[in-house]
Design a protein around this ligand. Sequence first.
Ligand code: DC
Length: 286
Amino acid sequence: MLDARCSILVTCKANQDGYLSDDSQDWKLPPLLRFAKPLDLLRKKQRGKQNGGGWLLFRMAQVVITIDGPAGSGKSTAARLLAKRLGASFLDTGAMYRAVTLAAMEAGVDMNDEKQLMEVLDKRKFGFRSEGDVMPAFIDGKDVTEKIRSPQVTANARYIASRPGLRERLVRMQRDFASNQKIIVTEGRDQGTVAFADADVKFFLTADLKERARRRHIELKEKGISEDINKIEGDIRSRDESDEKRKVGPLKAASDAIVIDTTKLNIEQVVGKLLKIVKQRCLKKG
Ligand code: DC
């Protein structure tokens, strides 16, 4: 849990054992901090005033949790809920690829020309806000959170995702975004392998293709869009292929990722598993 990447000093009320006292919940600390142990050295310096109780100086490093996986594996919903439960920020890296795709479509550039795509990235101002478990997206100050979810953007995003230069820039944006957060849950395709290869906890979610198509079908239906399930399945298969086969940042599990098959699990069960592992890992390292 503790490393040199981004240490934050936090003062907290301690109980007699030197851990956070029960009323720490009132302190609006991210829940994960409540599981953290203070550094021994700092603890000794701060203890002793009131029979072991008193104030602690916490050194809390930035915690990065990555969730990668294919479309429909449940990673987005799981990442959002996990972030909410941990009081962490949430980063949807797919939204970054989508926002650049939308800007390129609006500019009418050739989707196969990396130079033109780079120019779009340079000219337009992309903004992503951390608002708890949601991440509004902006282009030149205009809210495009909904617009980037259109089927046309979904279909064209692969052009952006397959360009090494663009990926490099977007990975940089992802790291910048994360460096401003205390605890972050980030989801995408290459978060555990490229963007945050030294993340504290890495997950890779999978699910059967048919189940993923079924989930997407329900999701679209809820939005009032009726689409043939076989077409959805075909689209997902082709997105998988393009995600897995690209040379840079392909979709794959990091060697140290925990792989979870969500085919037979509901979202609560998935989040329950993730939460349990995060707490175990962070406590162990503390
Ligand atoms: O997860 P999503 O459907 O919102 O992703 C949109 C596109 O961006 C999809 O084509 C995969 C790509 N992507 C990527 O290549 N790397 C990421 N880290 C996230 C998304």
